[in-house]
Design a protein around this ligand. Structure first.
Ligand SMILES: *Cc1c(COP(=O)(O)O)cnc(C)c1O
Length: 457
């Protein structure tokens, strides 16, 4: 087999390779429901290339071994994390992206995609009612989007060389913030955690108190981070109040909307993230609930010029960018980047407004339904307005909740339900993420039965 497709004629080898592989992939999907979400992989593959290269049949045999051991997000019991099945348009788009192999680094390496990325970011910013100066850039994951936002915020505050500069975010905020400040050369103390209320939302009073404490110590804050959809329970910080607070204090407001941001895309759910339009920057992850294949994350900024002024370097080995636009490689942290925008754009178009609405609403409805089935006299429930719910038996200490969670997670896995086991407020919870469109009421009935019974075992 020729390793590169012919540029002159239809490459029948590639055609057969794709046909056979696509059949395998479709078979893999078709067999998902009959297995476990988390298969036990018994076979290993050889790693080193042999002297003679493999035929496509040999490659496919190896591929099948890896596929058999892969996690199955399409299994109706795959409820542990924020990793739903991929939209079918995503599968097609990723295949085409690999074929076209364009590079979002520069216009001349991705003419149609660079334009598409700019326009898709603009459309999304408009959905959030961001100002007309806004824009964005795609990134491989919410961690990178959050990091870019904090780097921009720190530069805008002029605190790049201040080793004591801090960010303020709730104690339920995502660990990517901690990672980001580490990358930015700051210590753990630069992540000032603000306490939350009983609903898992940041307390504005505590925010004010923490800011005053910092000021008394002479420390400066370069960003307040609001979380729209916390990772354990899907709580949404009070965005309107936080934006008012930040405005009056002259602070940058970043909204980490990796989970909940997408609810702002359509009218029927946008009230959940009211105030999001007032953020200086916003991360969203269509790779989570929307089902756009990994990776799909973007950073939006109220002023698009901030991207270039933070990350622009000039690229002396590349032709100048077109018009007032700038190269992707100067709009963010990443250099070479795949055209992730294709699957995002195709995914949004495949779903349509109606499809997006029902995907979001159904996820919330599944969480609500499950919540009605949980025996609240025995469980403490941590949830919010979105599609996540976490629970732990009442009155157990850390150790007992740990053994309960380990045993129950295993019982659930034996019944083909996969949930996760976060440590939250000094106790272990079982967390269920209801973003999987294949999970039916029947599945939830079965799941809740096992949960309710777990206390009597
Ligand atoms: C998932 C998540 C992130 C990080 O996103 P990655 O794509 O995993 O890097 C950031 N913030 C929140 C709230 C998240 O849930």
């Amino acid at each position: 087999m020729e390793p590169f497709a012919s540029p002159d004629q239809l490459d029948s080898e590639l055609r057969s390779f794709l046909d056979d592989t696509c059949s395998e992939l479709c078979n893999w999907f078709a067999a998902t429901g009959k297995s476990s979400p988390l298969p036990v992989s018994k076979k290993n593959v050889e790693v080193a290339p042999l002297y003679e290269g493999f035929s496509r049949q040999d490659l496919l045999e190896d591929l099948k071994i890896i596929m058999a051991g892969a996690y199955r997000p399409s299994h109706p019991g795959a409820l542990a994390h924020l990793d739903p099945p991929p939209l079918t348009s995503s599968i097609v788009a990723d295949l085409v992206c690999a074929g076209l192999n364009n590079n979002l680094l520069a216009h001349e390496l991705s003419p149609s995609f660079s334009k598409l990325e700019r326009n898709v970011c603009k459309w999304i910013a408009d959905q959030f009612d961001f100002p007309s100066s806004s824009g964005g850039v795609l990134a491989s994951g919410g961690t990178i989007s959050n990091l870019m936002a904090l780097v921009i915020a720190r530069k805008k505050a002029g605190l790049q060389t201040d080793a004591k500069a801090v960010i303020l975010a709730s104690s339920d905020a995502h660990i990517s913030l901690l990672k980001s400040i580490g990358v930015m050369g700051l210590s753990r103390e630069s992540f000032v955690k603000v306490s939350t209320n009983n609903d898992g939302q940041i307390s504005i009073d505590s925010l004010r108190i923490e800011l005053n404490k910092l000021r008394e110590k002479g420390q400066k804050c370069f960003a307040v981070v609001a979380t729209a959809g916390t990772t354990i329970r899907g709580a949404i910080d009070p965005l309107l109040e936080m934006s008012r607070f930040c405005k009056s204090e002259g602070l940058w407001l970043h909204v980490d909307g990796a989970i909940g941001g997408v609810f702002g895309l359509v009218d029927s759910t946008s009230s959940l993230v009211k105030g999001i339009s007032l953020a200086n920057s916003l991360s969203i992850n269509p790779q989570k609930l929307l089902g756009v294949a990994k990776t799909s994350s973007l950073l939006l900024v109220a002023d698009r010029a901030d991207l270039m002024s933070t990350f622009g370097t000039e690229m002396p080995y590349i032709e100048p960018s077109i018009g007032d636009d700038f190269h992707g490689g100067e709009a963010g942290l990443q250099g070479t980047r795949p055209a992730d925008v294709l699957k995002l754009w195709m995914g949004l178009r495949q779903l349509g407004e109606k499809g997006i609405e029902s995907l979001l609403q159904n996820a919330i409805d599944r969480r609500r339904y499950l919540q009605t089935l949980i025996d609240e006299s025995n469980f403490e429930i941590a949830s919010g307005p979105l599609h996540l719910i976490a629970l732990t038996p009442k009155k157990l200490d850390k150790e007992l909740s740990s053994s309960w969670s380990i045993k129950t997670r295993k019982d659930l896995l034996d019944n083909n339900f996969m949930v996760s086991r976060p440590l939250y407020k000094e106790r272990y919870y079982l967390k269920i993420v209801l973003g999987n469109p294949h999970t039916s009421k029947t599945h939830l009935n079965e799941l809740s039965e096992i949960l309710n019974q777990s206390l009597f075992k």
